[in-house]
Structure formats: C-alpha cells, structure tokens
Write a protein that binds this ligand. Structure first.
Ligand code: AP5
Length: 213
C-alpha cells in the first residue's frame, strides 16, 4: 500500500501515519521530519532549508525531491509507505509522477482552523525519539518528559506567527492538490474532527483496512 497523507498543519497526519505504519508494516516517510533532522544535525541540506522552515514557507521543490528520492530508495519503503507531507504543491505532484512513484490512495484529513490551532498549541515533541504528545489531548505520564526519558519541546515552527504563515502556504499551494487527486479518482476524505482514536478508526475504514485484515 502506497499512501499520501494530505491536510493542513496540525490536523494529525503524523500522529496517524505513525500508528498506521507500525500496524501495517509500512515506512513512514515524513518530509517535515527529514528536514527537521537535517537542520538539527547541521547537514548541508539543513543549512539550505533552515530559513524557509523558520518562516513557515515551503522549501524549494528540488531540495525536498532529492531528500525524498534517497528515503524512498531505502529497503523498508519497498513494502509500502505513507508519504506524510509530500507532495505539497502541484509541481511536487508532477515530480512524483515523473519519478514513477505509484500512489494507491491520497488521504485528505480536514478539521476546522480553531481545532488545528488548539492542537498545534498543545503539541510537544521528544528531543530524543521524536514522539509527539499533546498537553491537552494526549499528555505524557510525567509533564514535559517522554516515555523514553527525553525532554519534550515545542517545535520551532509552532510559534503563532509561523503557524499563520504555514496555514497560508497550505491554503495557497497545497489545498489545490485536493481537486488534483479527486479528479484522478485517488482521493479519500477523513473527517479529522474528534478524538485521536475516533479519527484513526475513520482512517482505517477509509482505506479499507479494518484492522482485521
Ligand atoms: P511538516 O512537518 O510536514 O508540518 P505540517 O504539514 O505543517 O504538519 P504538522 O507536522 O504541523 O501536523 P500534522 O498534521 O502532522 O499533525 P500532528 O500529527 O503532529 O512540515 C514542516 C515544514 O517543513 C514546512 O512548513 C516546510 O517548511 C517543510 N516541508 C515539509 N515537507 C515539505 C515539502 N514537501 N515541500 C516543501 N517544504 C516542506 O498533530 C498535531 C498535534 O495534535 C499533536 O500534538 C497530536 O498529538 C494532536 N492531535 C492529532 N490528532 C488529534 C485529534 N484528533 N484530537 C486531538 N489532538 C490531536
């Protein structure tokens, strides 16, 4: 199974991708995580993308494509994958076709903006293992500490003014992909309002995997 997860910042793409991939043996390919790791470890790619990410802007298509190519070539992706956060505009969708990366379904998650802002405001990420919590909806057992013992931090681009810029980028550049994939018969929609488990169950139903398969 080769899926694309599409939806605005904070809607829950990463949260559900992690669970779905662990359950069904798929590779979780998050371009946001790949880029954040590159910035954190100071690689040449990280140096090139940092200023875009700090401002909440999409990074140049060619840089993301190079990173994606490397990740998709890794052995675990052979069994199927979830592309979480790629493609992000029509050019990237065309790049994916040109690279002959077959996609079986595109899952579009939607939720009202006030829900997105609340989720982003409560998000905490583990510095050590990248596990994501939410102080309102999915809190850690011990405040600000991950189950692995790592420190929980607020993502750099979750500051309010940067979130506004990310939502604007999404509306202008990414949202047109909804119609692009609907026209190709690939789009399935998941209402992402509701608690995490309810939304996950909707996702499994939408992609035709009930968990009994
Ligand atoms: P990226 O990391 O992809 O960020 P994003 O798309 O803005 O998505 P988020 O990670 O904010 O949200 P999510 O939907 O994964 O939500 P999550 O599951 O964490 O990209 C970051 C940056 O990298 C971009 O701005 C850009 O600069 C660059 N970039 C990345 N890919 C690129 C590309 N292809 N091209 C160009 N640039 C690119 O959930 C959010 C919170 O809510 C969590 O705390 C979670 O616990 C909680 N939560 C989840 N679901 C629920 C629920 N149902 N109820 C209550 N809480 C919930």
């Amino acid at each position: 199974m080769r899926l694309v997860f599409l939806g605005p910042p904070g809607v829950g793409k990463g949260t559900h991708a992690k669970v779905l991939c662990a359950k069904h043996g798929l590779a979780h390919i998050s371009t946001g995580e790949i880029l954040r790791e590159a910035v954190a470890s100071g690689t040449p790619l990280g140096g090139k993308v940092r200023s875009y990410m700090e401002r909440g802007l999409l990074v140049p298509d060619e840089l993301v494509l190079q990173a994606l190519r490397r990740r998709i070539a890794e052995p675990d992706a052979g069994a199927g994958f979830v592309l979480d956060g790629y493609p992000r505009n029509l050019k990237q969708a065309k790049d994916l076709e040109r690279e002959r990366v077959r996609v079986d379904r595109v899952v579009y998650f939607s939720a009202p903006e006030e829900a997105l802002l609340k989720r982003i405001g409560g998000r905490r990420t583990c510095e050590a293992c990248n596990r994501v919590y939410n102080v309102y909806f999915d809190p850690p057992a011990e405040p600000e500490v991950c189950a692995c013992g790592g420190r929980l931090v607020v993502r750099e681009d979750d500051r309010e003014e940067v979130v506004r810029a990310r939502l604007k980028e999404y509306a202008e550049k990414t949202a047109p992909l909804i119609e692009h994939y609907r026209a190709r018969g690939l789009l399935v929609e998941v209402d992402a309002e509701g608690d995490i488990k309810t939304v996950y169950d909707r996702l499994e139903n939408a992609i035709g995997k009930t968990g009994r398969e």
